[in-house]
Design a protein around this ligand. Sequence first.
Ligand SMILES: [Zn+2]
Length: 395
Amino acid sequence: MRKASHSSTRTHNSRLVLKTIYDGGPISRADLSRATDLTAPTVSDVVSDLMEQGLVEEVGYGPSTGGKPPILLSVVDDSRHLIGLDLARGDFRGAVINLRGEIRHRVDLSLGDRSRDAALALTYELVDALVEGTDSPLLGIGIGAPGLVDAVNGVVQRAVNVDWRDVPLRDLLQGRYGLPVYVANDCQVAALAEYTFGNNEDVRDLVVVNVGYGVGAGIILNGRLLHGNPSGAGEIGHVVVEPGGERCQCGNYGCLETVTSSRAIIRRARAIAQSDSQSQLHQFSPSPETITLETIYQALHAGDESVQQMIYEVGRSLGIAAANLVGVLGSCRILFAGSVTCFGQFLLNAVQEEMMQRAFSPLAENTEVGLASLGSDIVLIGASALLLPQELGLF
Ligand SMILES: [Zn+2]
């Protein structure tokens, strides 16, 4: 019993010192002792241990305060690597990522029409290639998967794109690679990415709304990712915003996804091009079938009124979702991520306007609406960030 508590104190101290160096380094042993309230001999012991493990290194001297100048310590950012997977796209993407969220090596594999076991085999192929792509010790594998994910048990309950139902992804990968594995919903890990590695040090509550092929939100509350019980927190894409609207993959009509996803926007732009021979879309796309988000962006900025109206409606629907989030969470920071954010400030203005009209104004006025800072790698990076609190005590 005494041994167990001694070892848990050691782990606690070690994590505290590592986190303090990670957040505040380069830092001297004396400053570490002050910041952590640990005695100088304890700090010295723990630091030796962390240096032996290769996690921490001496990086030079700080300014002298009279006596010998203090030696400064930093975390070795590439002393451990993380594997992050994004399984929510048309391609399966993976990366080897360091302790600061920097991508060191990446692998993309085309999913094609693979589903079920074939999609699982592709996941193994992806991880095999990533494991070979690093010489640093691996902390584990983090996965952003689409659909409903039971993060506690690491089970993908339902992912439409690969036709997975109740796939125990964590146990399968842990068994195969002997590494810790964490699985969460892709939009949820996008929020974790912004919280961990974006410019959001000043907030504890954060929402990231991912608007791409699908639509969903990730919610960070008091510095912790909200998963739902056991899943589904932030699953706003299947809330109806247009009663009687277009049929959604989920079987309902007029879901947020049917208005605001990249698929929906492209479908609506094609309809505009087909019905209006004067549309600016024709300038940028030889036929309605070749219209992409990029083409739509060009027509928007060339002043096509139908396209502007359509994107304005997309923003308004997202504004309804934002107002509901404010109603539940109170004032917060809401960041938009995903391919649809190519419409930038034009889209955000519509979101903001609608949110202000629909949410309780004292709360809406103190809510910030903006764009996420991490680009298309946001899910990869967030997936890897699942490992840091559990495996190293960071964040
Ligand atoms: Zn739906």
